[in-house]
Ligand binder design. Structure first.
Ligand SMILES: Nc1ncnc2c1ncn2[C@@H]1O[C@H](COP(=O)(O)OP(=O)(O)OP(=O)(O)O)[C@@H](O)[C@H]1O
Length: 587
């Protein structure tokens, strides 16, 4: 796991994020420089105009000065807008790039990563952490550059006018910055508290809506109501606290800004009569002091935004730094899918889950010929799914143990390997889209006849005809709820449509009745272009039609043979078969 803890490496990352957009950043900062240059020049113009007035009043020069000042102020306004558009736009671009990189990176990681990291945490990083970085590169870059130019250009002019008066007037500014920083930390933690309270409440609503039947069956409406009230109250309290802090901060800031103006007024009004400074100088100083308030206060917020952004950079880079364990190497061979026969071989395949004490697969060896239908049976936890996951390399298995058509799977290009294997897990995921789109997920350009053909093979077609909009019916969270068996057969249709030479069904027909499961399996193993089918199941009567059956127990293959052979042989298969027959009779 990559760690980016150093300040230097974070800054380096920041520069990397900004690099593709350097033109916008450069132009944005240049615009800010122009804004501050004009902002420094304008008070000097006003000063000259006022001092000219002291000598003689003439309408022409006043009008000319007003027009020049108004013109320059408008130009300044345009450059300020441009700087904001360019720098905030860069923030948005960086946000876009990071979200895209994160999503692409997450897709490259193996399923075990998602078992260790919750979806909630990953979503949080992809949203609030990326948002913090957006603020850092947009707001913080703008504010830092703006403050830097504001002071670098104005302070020398102010000091040239009257160093003592200038420094006395801005003496409270460091205090403003510290105050803002203190408040922005407080604001931040209070904002987090509001977010937390909000997410607690949404979680409750989401759970209650999903489990509404359970609430009714157990008559728990009153309890749920009071739980909601409790969370709602917590949200109200957090919101009020946040509002209070905001309502204190801004008037306090305004007050402190007035202090510096008052100081200037008090000392300046004494310096004018004594001839220390001219009225024009005094007005220019007033304008400068006023112009510096906003960048100073903003710097306080910027420091907090920067600190927050640093933490977020670490959190995002931790994810981006995770190397997928299972990936192609320079030596990975390409497989021509057209010519894959579908022969599967295991030679002493042994696999231990990371952190597990004992292996889940122990010295497993078998040969499955192209076009064979092979059933894998065995008690719960015997290693069947582990074996199924090892074939398409969803698990990080060692080299030299598992082969497709004689090619070591760890040496085959991952995409080619996975294109050669269609895999249906027990718990298939359906997207919230039409049934048709779910079925043609692996092959989005398939036409209606191809979709219907596979749906017939998976024995779901007749039921689809009874759905309100047939193949256009929306399923998943936002659509109709399919029964377990319908979901499984939809997932099977999806796998059949990609027409891979090897099909793995991992308990994928467990919710389908035995007779239908047997018919489906018969369909699959009787075509002219037979696939290699690996059928993992507890349904022994369906498994019985397989060409060979591998019986697993505690990670080992303990028996191999046809049903007729195994049912005669004293052993685990016979025990399981007799038990299942007895259960069927009792039902
Ligand atoms: N991610 C994991 N980490 C650690 N151990 C695991 C993991 N997944 C499975 N196991 C363990 O590996 C062993 C084999 O599990 P597997 O899921 O392959 O069994 P199975 O035969 O498919 O069971 P079932 O019939 O219930 O689906 C079990 O002891 C299980 O607890």
């Amino acid at each position: 796991m990559a760690k980016t803890t150093g300040k230097y490496s974070r800054l380096h990352k920041l520069v990397q994020y900004l690099q593709p957009h350097w033109q916008s950043v450069f132009l944005g900062i240049l615009a800010l420089f122009i804004v501050n240059g004009l902002g420094t020049y304008l008070p000097l113009l006003i000063r000259n105009a006022i001092d000219d007035l002291e000598i003689a009043f003439s309408f022409g020069p006043i009008l000319r000065n007003i027009l020049v000042i108004a013109g320059l102020a408008s130009i300044m306004w345009c450059f300020r807008m441009a700087s904001r558009i360019l720098l905030f736009g860069t923030g948005r671009q960086v946000e876009f790039d990071l979200k895209q990189r994160m999503f692409e990176h997450l897709l490259s990681l193996e399923p075990s990563y998602f078992a260790e990291n919750t979806a909630g945490d990953l979503i949080n990083r992809a949203t609030s952490d990326v948002d913090n970085i957006r603020r850092l590169v947009g707001f913080a870059v703008l504010s830092l550059a703006n403050t830097l130019f504001a002071y670098a250009l104005r302070l020398p002019v102010m000091l040239a006018i009257d160093p003592v008066l200038s420094l006395t007037a801005i003496a409270v500014y460091p205090l403003i910055m510290l105050l803002v920083q203190f408040f922005s930390h407080r604001l931040r933690s209070e904002q987090l508290a509001v977010q937390q309270a909000l997410s607690n409440m949404s979680e409750l609503v989401q759970e209650d809506m999903s489990g509404i039947s359970l609430i009714k069956i157990y008559a728990q409406e009153t309890n749920e109501q009071s739980e909601f009230q409790h969370l709602n109250q917590a949200l109200l309290t957090a919101n009020l606290k946040l509002a209070k802090t905001r309502n204190i901060l801004f008037p306090v800031l305004g007050g402190m800004a007035s202090i510096s103006l008052l100081v200037l007024l008090a000392f300046g009004s004494r310096a004018i009569p004594s001839g220390g400074i001219s009225v024009g100088d005094f007005v220019a100083l007033l304008l400068y002091v006023e112009q510096l308030i906003f960048p100073t206060a903003l710097l306080g917020f910027t420091i907090t935004a920067y600190q927050r952004g640093e933490v977020s950079i670490d959190r995002i880079e931790t994810i981006l730094g995770v190397e997928p364990h299972i990936q192609n190497t320079d030596q990975s061979q390409r497989l021509d899918q057209e010519h894959v026969q579908g022969k599967l071989t295991a030679e002493n395949l042994t696999f231990t889950y990371p952190g597990a004490a004992a292996p889940s697969l122990k010295q497993v060896s078998f040969q499955i010929q192209p076009g064979e239908t092979v059933a894998i049976v065995g008690p719960v936890g015997s290693g069947k799914s582990t074996l199924a996951n090892a074939l398409p390399r969803l698990l990080d298995i060692s080299a030299g143990q598992l082969f497709v058509d004689g090619h070591d799977v760890t040496q085959v290009h991952l995409r080619d390997l996975r294109n050669a294997i269609a895999y249906v897990p027990q718990d298939s995921f359906l997207f919230s889209t039409s049934l048709k789109n779910n079925i043609r997920y692996g092959n989005p350009l398939s036409d209606a006849s191809e979709v219907e053909y596979v749906a017939k093979q998976a024995q779901i077609h007749d039921e689809v005809l009874n759905f309100p909009q047939r193949y256009k019916t929306i399923v998943g969270e936002r659509g109709i709820t399919l029964s377990g068996g319908q979901r499984q057969r939809t997932a099977l249709s999806r796998a059949l449509l990609v027409d891979a030479p090897i099909l793995i069904l991992d308990d994928a027909l467990s919710s389908v009745d035995n007779q239908t499961a047997t018919e489906i399996l018969n369909n699959l193993s009787s075509g002219t272009q037979r696939k290699t089918v690996v059928f993992i199941s507890h349904q022994l009567s369906a498994a019985a039609i397989a060409d060979q059956i591998l019986v697993m127990d505690q990670g080992e293959i303990v028996q191999i043979g046809t049903h007729n052979h195994l049912v005669q042989e004293p052993g685990l298969y016979q025990t399981l078969w007799n038990k299942q027959k007895l259960e069927e009779q009792l039902q």
